[in-house]
Design a protein. Structure first.
Lengths: 323, 533
């Protein structure tokens, strides 16, 4: 029933993907190191020449003032990330082939798929808006941490689905939940970066010396905020659909479409938090940092919903395969 | 953050002033305004999220009564305090209801005026052009060789091709044009919020007129849709028990299938169903595929085994093939526990009962029976036999699946035998009663649900999604243009400005529009100069 050699291939690919992402992190670090070597010197000159020539005051990112070596490292990091994503897709494909079902039947597979979506969303953003490449290390570092955590604590060997999951709704509900989660993951990171960068820009505007080369190389606060908002706008209908599809499935599997099962409750909380985020962005007094914090809370809720609700509380969504 | 919510504690009114009635009116209006402010809606939305947190962290009566009972046992001091704040019934608590009712009112206050306003806007012409077009986020000046009217004709053509609604006006500062497109964005917004209200109404209706009953049915048994028959039921406040549909269900056969590694693959129940008094039909239901019939739904929510016994008494009377469901204690191996009670023993005042363990595939080690497989490959029971008084008529409710321990403790019920039996084996008590383990049946835990609101909720949910997509993906664009005479009196200066909601990168689209207008103006000017070519 289970093709053991394919299952073993899948596990090997998982390790390879973690390795590639780790190398990508190293390459992103190298990009920062080589890019950063010029920045303080320039800032010294700028400080001597007067505050008007501060390089950070330039809107729209820092792509133009980066040395060729840094850019090369950045491209290597991007290539490694893309390769890692391909290998990680291979993890899921081989597992699906080994088990003859969709490869998201337990937390290990679900987590792997969510991380893959996050990486793909980051790649798409970075290709479309090159300055966003510079948030790479802040996406890839959590990605590596998540992958290691998933591999160590959530691993479940390839096996058949339990009866309750054998439904066409698995393809609809779980797939959209994975997509929504992966998109919110990137959105949350963009908001964290925005909060860091906005503080940095406020300090620069107040005439203080820029403190951090890494933050200096981030895209502008406005661009980060826009990225966070646009990804959340993209993710919110998908998440809404995932919740609705889950309710439809629950109606045929559990006898009611909504029963305040812990997972349902936290999916609802996440929905409310993201709805609040989208509202806050258009409400006077909530724009900027307060709304970014709401987005960060949203990401926290999503992670809590995955980890706490599946592993600690007892509910109907206990398909973790983790003992 | 919460100031708007706590506004009721307003300053005392001045001693002399408007009449009390109008003062009250003003205060109410102020409350209504602050309740329906976007900020309040946001805060309420947050409160709703925060309020549902304890519902997922503490055990809830609606989900598992036994977990609540255990929590009370583990935290005897804390639990009653939490209970006073309805923390074990969060989702039916007054404070949770207060939050969502306030949110409901806030939503109504937000969305109804907005819907009316929008309906008006749909039929009204686009608003007049603002005086200073160059203050709009996107704007551009173009020189035109045509006169003012002809220039605006060209702009109108370009906008109509792009499916704008266009209106021309003779303004104070020259002929002007207003155009608008993407009203569906606001329609989406209104639909989303109205659908949210509809969903809440559907939810409430379902709760008031809905019910749910659950029952264990052994193969061959039948039940009908009445509260008397259910083991457990819950019903909404407006359910009329006499109006429940007279659905009856017979369980013919139950099958559980397993993969090689004993993962449950499927549970299916062959049933006969129909309204009482009319012909019944056969069907198969299972996990993920309930029976939907006449507004009711019948589910299989669990399963288990019911060992079958035959008892022959010393006087020659006998009970053949009596069974009782044994509840699974462990789902992995389906090791189950239960009791069979015989209150009427022929020729004796003493009552008889069996209590013990059932293993679908038994393995006895050191005299202890355990189960090693959930499939009934080698069914065995390990039972204790009790004789005496069961306490069934004591007036106190007692668990059907176990004996009343207090009767055993009091010595009313004494153990008179014990045995490990395989199918076909029997044990003989001291008084000559023979108990035979004659076989095993399966039972299904079935649930009948009725929720008249759920189709309403589904339609609302779909409307929510559609509204959401319209609101998030569409953009509302307004374009204004004004033609004024050129600075030296020759030619015309065209100023175009645009205002877009719902899109970040408006500049490229605006540039494309004005480039097309400029090209069309040049073309038109050339045609007017040389009409023949």
């Amino acid at each position: 029933m289970i093709n053991e050699s394919l299952a073993a291939t899948s596990d090997t690919l998982f390790s390879v993907a973690v390795g590639l992402y780790s190398l990508a992190v190293v390459a992103f670090c190298a990009e920062l190191a080589f890019g950063g070597r010029t920045a303080p010197a320039r800032e010294l000159v700028a400080a001597g020449g007067g505050p008007a020539e501060q390089p950070v005051a330039r809107p729209g990112g820092t792509a133009d003032d980066e040395p060729a070596r840094a850019r090369r490292w950045g491209m290597v990091a991007m290539a490694l990330t893309a390769l890692g994503a391909v290998v990680q897709a291979g993890v899921l494909v081989t597992r699906g082939m080994a088990t003859g079902r969709l490869p998201w039947g337990n937390m290990y597979e679900f987590g792997t798929a969510v991380v893959l979506v996050a990486v793909v969303v980051y790649l798409v953003l970075a290709v479309r808006t090159p300055s966003l490449r510079h948030i790479g290390i802040f996406v890839l570092a959590p990605v590596v941490l998540s992958m290691v955590g998933i591999g160590l604590f959530l691993y479940a060997s390839a096996g058949p689905l339990v009866a309750a999951l054998r439904s066409a709704w698995l393809a609809v509900h779980v797939t959209t939940a994975i997509l929504g989660f992966g998109i919110f993951f990137v959105s949350g990171i963009a908001s964290v970066m925005y909060l860091v960068r906005a503080r940095y820009e406020a300090k620069v505007a107040a005439g203080e010396q820029p403190l951090s080369r890494i933050v200096h190389r981030l895209p502008g606060a406005a661009a980060l905020d826009r990225t966070a908002h646009r990804t959340a706008v993209f993710g919110f209908p998908i998440w809404t659909f995932a919740v609705i599809a889950g309710a439809i499935w629950a109606e045929s599997a559990w006898g009611r479409f909504w029963g305040w099962d812990p997972k349902e409750t936290w999916a609802f909380i996440a929905w409310v938090v993201y709805a609040a985020y989208l509202h806050a962005r258009t409400t006077a007094g909530w724009r900027g940092r307060p709304s970014a914090w709401i987005n960060v809370v949203g990401l926290g809720v999503m992670i809590f919903n995955l980890l706490y609700v599946n592993m600690v509380s007892t509910g109907l969504h206990s398909y973790g395969g983790v003992n | 953050m919460t100031t708007t919510v706590e506004r009721p504690a307003a300053a005392p009114p001045p001693p002399s002033g408007p009449s009390p009635a109008s003062r009250v009116g003003t205060t109410l209006l102020r409350w209504w305004r602050s309740l329906t402010a976007m900020r309040t809606a946001l805060v309420l939305l947050f409160l709703l999220a925060v309020a549902s947190v304890p519902g997922s962290l503490l055990p809830q009566r609606s989900l598992s009564q036994s977990q609540v009972t255990r929590y009370f046992a583990d935290h005897p001091d804390l639990a009653p305090v939490l209970d006073r704040f309805y923390l074990f019934d969060v989702f039916s608590s007054p404070w949770f209801a207060a939050i969502y009712l306030l949110l409901f009112l806030s939503l109504i206050g937000c969305v109804v005026p907005r819907a009316v306003e929008h309906a008006r806007a749909v039929f009204a012409a686009p608003p007049p052009a603002p005086r200073h077009l160059h203050r709009l986020p996107d704007h551009r000046s173009l020189d035109s060789g045509l006169d003012g009217t002809a220039t605006l004709d060209v702009v109108e053509e370009e906008l109509r091709v792009r499916r704008f609604r266009v209106v021309r006006r003779e303004g104070r500062y020259g002929p002007e044009l207003s155009a608008e497109k993407g009203l569906l964005k606001e329609t989406g917004n209104v639909v989303f919020h109205l659908a949210l209200l509809a969903l809440l109404l559907g939810l409430a209706g379902g709760k008031l007129w809905g019910y749910e009953g659950s029952i264990l049915v052994t193969e061959g048994d039948r039940f009908c849709n009445t509260f008397q028959q259910y083991d457990n039921y819950s019903s909404g406040a407006l359910v009329d028990a006499g109006e429940m549909s007279p659905l009856c269900v017979t369980l013919d056969d139950f099958k559980a299938e397993y993969e090689e590694n004993l993962t449950a693959a499927s549970f299916t129940a062959d049933i006969q169903y129909g309204l009482a008094g009319s012909a019944s039909r056969g069907t198969t239901i299972g996990v993920n595929s309930p029976l939907r019939f006449d507004g009711d739904r019948v589910y299989v929510t669990g399963h288990g085994y019911a060992p079958v016994f035959s008892v022959t008494f010393p006087n020659g009377d006998s009970f053949t093939d009596i069974s009782a469901p044994f509840l699974p204690a462990e789902t992995q191996t389906m090791s189950s526990e239960g009791a069979l009670k015989l209150p009427d023993v022929p020729g004796s005042d003493e009552q008889l009962a069996l209590q013990g363990l059932f293993a679908p595939t038994g393995s006895v080690q050191g005299g202890v029976l355990t189960s090693v497989d959930p499939r009934p490959l080698d069914p065995q029971v390990a039972v204790f036999v009790y004789e005496g008084y069961l306490g069934l008529d004591s007036g106190l409710p007692q668990n059907v699946y176990s004996l009343d321990q207090t009767q055993i403790d009091r010595g009313n019920l004494t153990r008179v035998g014990e045995a490990n039996l395989k199918v076909g084996e029997s044990t003989t008590l001291a008084d000559g009663t023979v108990i035979t383990f004659s076989g095993v049946k399966q039972f299904a835990a079935m649930q009948v649900s009725h929720d008249p609101g759920q189709v309403w909720v589904l339609v609302s949910a779909i409307a929510i999604l559609v509204g959401l997509l319209g609101m998030l993906l569409l953009r509302r664009e307004r374009v204004f243009a004004r033609a004024t005479a050129g600075p030296d009196g020759a030619g015309t200066v065209l100023v175009v400005g645009a205002l877009t909601r719902g899109s970040a990168d408006t500049a490229p689209r605006f540039t494309a529009l004005t480039d097309d207008v400029a090209a069309a103006l040049t073309r038109r000017a050339r045609t007017e100069e040389n009409p023949r070519t």
